[in-house]
Design a protein around this ligand. Structure first.
Ligand SMILES: NC(=O)c1ccc[n+]([C@@H]2O[C@H](COP(=O)([O-])OP(=O)(O)OC[C@H]3O[C@@H](n4cnc5c(N)ncnc54)[C@H](O)[C@@H]3O)[C@@H](O)[C@H]2O)c1
Length: 368
């Protein structure tokens, strides 16, 4: 039986952990009861919450009803497995794992433990996302033909002082474009093939700093996603929508452009473009701004997590779902490294990589 407010503990008290603590403070149905972080007790001291160096110690002593994991990517799997083995529901920051092998272990654990895990692809909880999905699903755009997406900005030098951020598994594709890829899958459907180029030409770290990705969706729509964390640019979800306070805002700029046979949509401004009469490139388009409900993505995500942890609903982003995005990420990495001309992350992932098919089938992420 869960209590109200729900007793939540935080594992990892860095930049993201601090944000989660803020969302919990704003949520009457949640209470932060402990923080585990071996390298810093600053947030715990500031908030007057019990601090632990070791999350297992914390789980043993505090027995929280739910846990938010916001430690470095390569610890996500082991930490989540620990919490699942205690039967404690988890909100696991994205990416769900930093490797395919890790994702596979989590999927197997999900079969073993009946513990709900919500993956932190918070953008899906944004009212703009919900409205965009409604518009696409209602057929207002006609047949969706293309999506053009961008996430480009300049991370400061200090960001890379944490070594893990320079190393494989923490580049712009896995850390940032993972959100766009998750949203593109959510909005446009599963990805059936892709091509990609990445490079580290601007910063020279082991991780990539720029990427260009070409996508084919199962429904026949085509997409491009261009990203960089080392350029000057106002285009990207985080700059174009009031969601993550860290970013300077350019709210008049769009980052997703969707075009269908009946209409086009600029996101996140929700500007819908349509012909008044016959479709003709010589005719002006009418522009209309669609209404969107109020609400914060992260706060909505936390409320959803409370429902998930209380067993009242299933996670909007499950481990299985997040692993599908991981498989796309993996395919991007392989496509960029091998310069294959086409990749199907589910089925034809293999002209270059025969051994991957067996792996895909063992984690049961192939389409039915
Ligand atoms: N959803 C989003 O939009 C979003 C945004 C930023 C970061 N993130 C994710 O959040 C996670 C953390 O990112 P960050 O930017 O806060 O990084 P960060 O480096 O600022 O914080 C990581 C924290 O984890 C702590 N830590 C290290 N080992 C630990 C352990 N064994 N147990 C507990 N804590 C440990 C570190 O001391 C640090 O305080 C990453 O997985 C990242 O991908 C998500």
């Amino acid at each position: 039986m869960m209590t109200s407010p729900l007793r939540i503990a935080l594992i990892g008290a860095g930049a993201m952990g601090r944000q989660h603590a803020g969302y919990i403070a704003n949520e009457p149905n949640a209470q932060l009861v402990a923080i585990a972080d071996p390298f810093s007790d600053a947030l715990a001291t500031e908030l007057g919450v019990t601090h632990f160096n070791d999350h297992l110690d914390m789980l043993d002593n505090v027995r929280p009803e739910a846990v938010i994991i916001a430690n470095p990517n390569d610890l996500h799997v082991d930490t989540a497995l620990d919490c699942m083995s205690y039967g404690i529901p988890v909100l696991l920051e994205k990416p769900v794992a930093s490797s395919r092998e890790g994702a596979e272990r989590l999927l197997n654990a999900q079969r073993q433990y009946d513990t709900p895990v919500l993956v932190g692809h918070h953008r899906r909880h944004n009212p703009v996302t919900m409205r965009t999905k409604e518009v696409i699903d209602s057929g207002q755009l006609g047949r969706l033909a293309t999506i053009t997406a961008m996430w480009q900005t300049c991370k400061p030098t200090e960001y890379f002082e944490a070594d893990w951020r320079q190393q494989r598994g923490a580049g712009v594709v896995l850390i940032n474009l993972v959100h766009d890829l998750d949203l593109m899958r959510h909005l446009c459907g599963e990805i059936s093939a892709l091509q990609a180029s990445t490079n580290n030409a601007l910063r020279g770290y082991e991780v990539e700093d720029s990427a260009a990705i070409l996508l084919e969706f199962e429904n026949g729509a085509l997409g491009t996603l261009v990203g960089s964390d080392a350029v000057v640019s106002p285009w990207g979800w985080d700059q174009n929508i009031n969601e993550v306070p860290l970013y300077a805002k350019h709210l008049d700029q769009g980052c997703y452009y969707l075009a269908g046979t009946q209409a086009a949509l600029t996101v996140p401004q929700m500007r819908l473009w349509q012909y008044a009469g016959p479709h003709h490139w010589g005719h002006n388009l009418n522009e209309q701004t669609l209404a969107v409900a109020d609400g914060s993505a992260q706060q909505n995500q936390l409320r959803h997590f409370i429902q998930v942890a209380s067993g009242k609903t299933l996670p909007l982003v499950s481990i299985q779902d997040a692993v599908r995005t991981m498989i796309v990420i993996d395919a991007i990495e392989e496509a960029a490294a091998s310069r294959c001309t086409t990749h199907d992350p589910w089925l034809i992932y293999t002209p270059c990589l025969p051994e991957q098919v067996a792996k895909l089938s063992t984690i049961q992420c192939r389409r039915e």
